[in-house]
Design a binder for this molecule. Structure first.
Ligand SMILES: Nc1nc2c(c(=O)[nH]1)N[C@H]1C(S)=C(S)[C@@H](COP(=O)(O)O)O[C@H]1N2
Ligand SMILES: [Mo]
Length: 433
């Protein structure tokens, strides 16, 4: 904590949106933000005093040449995915890379930082030898190589992808207060995807009467397979070929993957090679022994496909500590498998009072939405929380509410409110509140 010679912050009561320093969104709209903070503290809000210090080396000599494929600045080397699992004793085990949400802005995750979950390793597929076949209860079985697929009309959409195992550590207590966002929330990312609608291909093959499910299978060594309800397949499911403008990466399913917007990530089968149309689900390993939740009555909840409404504050978090009293921006991400985000509320007093955050548009269905709200921190302890509400009217639950319905033996689909405790010295911890 730096020496604290700032004057006490005095803010007009009408500027306050909720308790413990949450400010009205007008602070952004009329750019009163900087001036108010300046008035309150007698210092510039965020800027440092400008002093002439001469020229840096890089202004004096020519820089390096252009690159065929751009790289990050070498000073950004720390912004990487957190890896867990992987090769164990010569056998592949589930391996995952988690997105560092607390180090990113906007809603599109850079492709190289999109989270990855692979249960049998990432196959090295030659696209010229890869084909997708559609068979089963269709009038005309067909197959496509990547070149054939690209001739179809494509669509481009922004969607989030989330593993329903995202946040499963939060079922347990106690949890390390220093556990950062990549560990608790890093299995969600947002991308712009381009591909062919599955309904286009189903149209071409022609569905037989009684077709109700499609078994999608990947070309990885474990042939991950999942059953997709036909209604979803005819609605917004796509076969993605491009991610953020370039061919999807090997870790994301190169050269083609299934993409089920808003559904648990496991159903978006990567390295897609087969779509088998049937009248019943296949009851594969990944819809029986995994991605199911044990309920209080001992039964397992299966096929919880649509992801619940969820949000998290990505700044400030326990990855930084507040260096001085004054005005901060609280920002984070909200998403729902059931459509658009309608509202995000933020609390600075552990849920006693709430204020509406500003949502940054355009708001896309089944895509992350960024929210922001100004917060004046005067040095008191605070508990920062966000609560999302989607257009279907679903409200993100507290931990207590989540456990009330589902008990504590579940493993997947955790989506409760997340809490950051700000201590008087500016340190931030993750807490259960
Ligand atoms: N063929 C295949 N598809 C797969 C997987 C896999 O291991 N094999 N992992 C699934 C899981 S568990 C998730 S959460 C998503 C993750 O997609 P991503 O790695 O592109 O983020 O892909 C799914 N598709
Ligand atoms: Mo997953």
């Amino acid at each position: 904590m730096k020496s604290n010679n700032e004057k006490t912050l005095i803010v007009d009561a009408t500027d306050q949106a909720a308790g413990n320093g949450l400010m009205n969104r007008r602070f952004f709209l009329n750019s009163a933000l900087a001036t108010t903070a300046t008035l309150a503290t007698g210092k510039a809000a965020f800027a440092q005093e400008a002093v002439g210090e001469g020229q840096e080396d890089w202004t004096l000599y020519p820089g390096s040449d252009a690159l065929e494929y751009g790289e990050l600045s070498r000073f950004e080397a720390g912004r990487v995915k957190k890896l867990v699992g992987g090769l164990a004793g010569g056998r592949t085990a589930t391996s995952a890379g988690r997105t560092p949400l607390h180090q990113l802005m906007g809603t599109i995750t850079p492709s190289g930082l999109h989270f990855e979950v692979t249960h049998h390793g990432i196959p090295d597929i030659n696209p010229d030898q890869h084909q997708l076949v559609m068979h089963g209860m269709v009038k005309q079985p067909l197959k496509w190589g990547i070149e054939n697929l690209e001739n179809y009309p494509t669509i481009t959409r922004e969607y989030f992808m989330e593993c329903s195992g995202n946040g499963r550590l939060l079922y347990y207590e106690p949890l390390s207060p220093k556990m950062t966002l990549d560990a608790t929330h890093g299995l969600v990312s947002g991308s712009q995807w381009t591909g062919v609608k599955l309904s286009t291909l189903l149209d071409e093959c022609g569905l037989e009467d009684g077709a109700k499910w499609i078994i999608a299978e990947g070309a990885d060594s474990g042939s991950l397979s999942r059953s997709i309800p036909i209604d979803k397949a005819l609605d917004d499911t796509m076969i993605a070929i491009y991610q953020n403008g370039e061919r999807i990466r090997p870790g994301q399913g190169y050269p083609m993957r299934l993409l089920n917007p808003g559904f648990e990530g496991n159903t978006s089968v990567k390295w897609l090679r087969s779509l088998y149309v049937t009248d019943r689900p296949v009851m594969s390993r990944f819809e029986t022994s995994k991605y199911t939740d044990k309920m209080p009555d001992g039964k397992a909840m299966q096929f919880s496909l649509e992801l619940d409404v969820k949000s998290v504050i990505t700044r400030p978090t326990n990855a930084l500590s507040l260096q001085k009293h004054g005005l901060y921006e609280i920002t984070g991400l909200a998403w729902s498998g059931r459509g658009k985000i309608a509202r995000v509320e933020v609390s600075a007093d552990g849920g006693k009072t709430w204020a509406d955050a500003v949502l940054e548009g355009p708001i896309h269905s089944k895509m992350m939405t960024r929210f922001r709200i100004p917060w004046m921190w005067n040095g008191d302890p605070a508990v920062l929380q966000s609560r999302a509400i989607d257009e279907a009217g679903r409200v993100q639950p507290s931990r207590e509410q989540l456990f009330k319905g589902r008990g504590r033996q579940a493993y997947y689909h955790y989506h409760a409110i997340h809490s950051w405790a700000v201590e008087t010295d500016g340190t931030i911890n993750h807490v259960y509140a």
